[in-house]
Each structure stands twice: as C-alpha cells, then as structure tokens.
Design a protein around this ligand. Structure first.
Ligand SMILES: *Cc1c(COP(=O)(O)O)cnc(C)c1O
Length: 356
C-alpha cells in the first residue's frame, strides 16, 4: 500500500458549461498527482494536490535530451454513476516497458494504479457524461536533473493530469483521410518507436504538417528502412479488412503496441473472424484497393477508439475505401468497445476496473 496524501484545493474551478465542446487537451481539472524520484531513495512523497504550475531548472535534462515517457487512457461514467477505467493494467505495463527503453526507473504497478484511482476519485465530478465524452488521463515522467551532460537523470517527476474531453465524432463515426508518407520516417527497429515518448511525436510533425496542408488529417507511416511495409498512423494503429480477413502489421519493434489494437484483435477473434498479424506491404494494399478486396480500413487508439479511413493517398494516387463511408466491422468494434467502456455491454473479458 502506498500512502497517497490528498490535499484538496481551496479554490475549485467552475466545471465546464454543458455546451462546452471540451476540445481535446484544453481543459484541466482541479487536481493532479505527483511523486518524486531520486536515485538511492526511489519514488517518494506521492500526493494529489491542486493542479498548478511546476518549477524546473532551465538546465533540467528533459528540456535538452527529451528523457520523458507518457501514457494515455480514459475514465468513463456509467449510466449507474460508476467511474470506470478501461484496461489500466495494460497502460501501466506498457509505461514500464517504455521506461525501460528510455532509462527511466520503473514505477511500481501498485503505485501507478493507486495514483490513477486517487486523482480520478478526487476529480470524479469532472467526468463528463454526454455520449462519447470521457475524462482523459495523462500520466507522464520527466527527467529533472539540472545537468547538461548526456546520461540518464538521477531525479524524476511522475505526474498525472486529467482533462475532460468531448466526443471525438460528435455526429457519429466520421471517416478520415490518410496520407501514406513516402519521404519522412517515424521510427526504426532498435530505436524508440515502440516506446510512448515525445521523441516519436516530434519526429512525426514535419510529415503531419505536410499532410495537413494537402488536406489529409493523419499520416500513415511506412517502415524506416525500405519504406515498403505499413507501420502505423500518428497516434493510432492500423487495421485492414482484405478479402474477409482482418490484417494488421505485426509488432516489430518500431510500432507502438496499442491497448485498443490488442482489444480489437481479441474481439475480432472472439467473433470468429480470421485475424492476421503480419507484414503488410504498401504494394499489397494498393493491389487490394485496385482489385476491390480492400474492404475496410480503420485506425485504433484511445482518443477516437475506432477511426474509419475513407481515403488513402499513396504517391500520386488516392484510393476511396467503402465509397468513403464506414465499414461494418469498424462500426461494430466501435459500438462494442465503447459499450464495454461505459458498462453498457457485459465485460466478459474483464477489461473494466471500477474506481471506488
Ligand atoms: C498511444 C499510441 C497509439 C495507440 O495506443 P492505444 O493504447 O490504443 O491508445 C498508437 N500509436 C502511437 C504512436 C501512440 O503513441
């Protein structure tokens, strides 16, 4: 048991108005979780305190060499008023795999889960209840040694902040346009692609800006060596339905192992659909798009859950999938996963954790 101190703020903020669109990542709740680390001492003084600015030395290592890890998950309010988390154990295990790769000390799993529960419980009234809304949970660790030499830091902060978020698709699932990137690359095997860390995001921004300018919402990355095999989208894993089979790139060391990806694979298998985790070349995709066997394309991630893909651009060609509409499997997966997350559908796989 970790003794997490809870110091409630004397100045709670007004809750967002009912008509607030809760644009992703713009509003933060009254409290945050914070715990310190020092080599030799370990993690100490875990506490929930008022959401506030933190003071760091300008030489803090995170600013210079990017030693940081983050996670993303959500809390939901069920119709009966219960506060539910979706597979937090998966995020916690992944956080520690990222930490390991980034030379950040491991965070004890019990501390991590208790910390999420403590801060979510404290700000429970901030969980929005309109359809599609949730409370986004952002745990992260930063290296804080005031030092310009290159080595792992000896001090860290692990924090959790919370942000109420609106429906990703307020008018129901809406297919996105995806740009298959053939110039820039995001990650290579042996690099940090399978860790959830800011470095992967800064590597992706130039391509993201280019794709936006061309009228596409997200980038689909190819492998960093041959630029031949499909990897993933900016913050989503990618799935294809090719001639009746659900296909997704296998985890290869440069792809982020998504919790939603894993949930989709398990659900599709439980429905008796053939699922293949394997290499998928862009040539195979183009061929399937041309001969009509590319039946569905969708992205998976915590933010949108399922994102149907309506258009795929590669080099000089644009392929329309499902006439730019939503596939049946995409819709069924979205309805099932969000149903489980909200406690509306029986949680047969034991994915939901109640915050009491
Ligand atoms: C977080 C993330 C995903 C999706 O993971 P989920 O656990 O499903 O939210 C996919 N790709 C990248 C690069 C990510 O950072």
């Amino acid at each position: 048991m970790w003794n997490i101190r809870v110091e409630k703020t004397a100045e709670p903020k007004p809750l967002p108005a009912a008509d607030n669109p809760l644009t992703f990542g713009t509003i933060f709740t009254d409290h945050m979780f914070i715990v310190n680390y020092e080599t030799g001492k370990g993690w100490f003084d875990p506490r929930v305190v008022a959401y506030q600015k933190i003071e760091l030395d300008p030489s803090a290592m995170v600013f210079h060499y990017g030693q940081e890890m983050f996670e993303g998950l959500k809390a939901y309010k069920s119709a009966e008023g219960k506060t539910l988390l979706f597979r937090p154990d998966k995020n916690i295990a992944r956080a520690n795999r990222s930490n390991d790769r980034l030379c950040i000390p491991e965070i004890p799993e019990e501390l991590f889960l208790e910390a999420i529960k403590a801060v979510v419980k404290t700000d429970e009234k901030w969980i929005p209840t309109k359809p599609g809304t949730s409370l986004y949970i952002r745990p992260f660790v930063i290296a804080t040694d005031p030092f310009l030499g290159v080595r792992p830091s000896n001090t860290y902060l692990f924090m959790i902040i919370l942000s109420p978020v609106g429906a990703y698709y307020p008018e129901g699932l809406n297919p996105v346009r995806i740009w298959i990137e053939d110039e820039y690359v995001r990650a290579v095997k042996g690099g940090i692609g399978e860790a959830k860390t800011g470095g992967n995001y800064v590597a992706s921004m130039a391509a993201q800006v280019k794709a936006h300018d061309e009228g596409y919402s997200q980038v689909l990355w190819l492998d960093g060596v041959e630029r031949k095999y499909i990897e993933e989208v900016g913050a989503m894993n990618i799935f294809f339905k090719i001639d009746g089979t659900i296909v997704t790139p296998q985890l290869n060391g440069s792809i982020l192992p998504g919790v939603t990806r894993d949930s989709v694979i398990q659900l599709c298998k439980s429905w008796g659909l053939p699922v293949e985790e394997r290499k998928v070349s862009v040539d195979e995709l183009v061929k399937a798009a041309k001969d009509g066997t590319l039946e569905e394309v969708f992205g998976t991630g915590t933010a949108a859950v399922i994102s149907p893909v309506g258009h795929l651009r590669y080099e000089t060609e644009v392929f329309k999938i499902k006439e730019g509409g939503i596939g049946e499997i995409s819709q069924k997966l979205y309805d099932t996963i969000t149903g489980i997350q909200l406690g509306k559908i029986k949680d047969e796989l034991g994915w939901v954790v109640e915050v009491k």
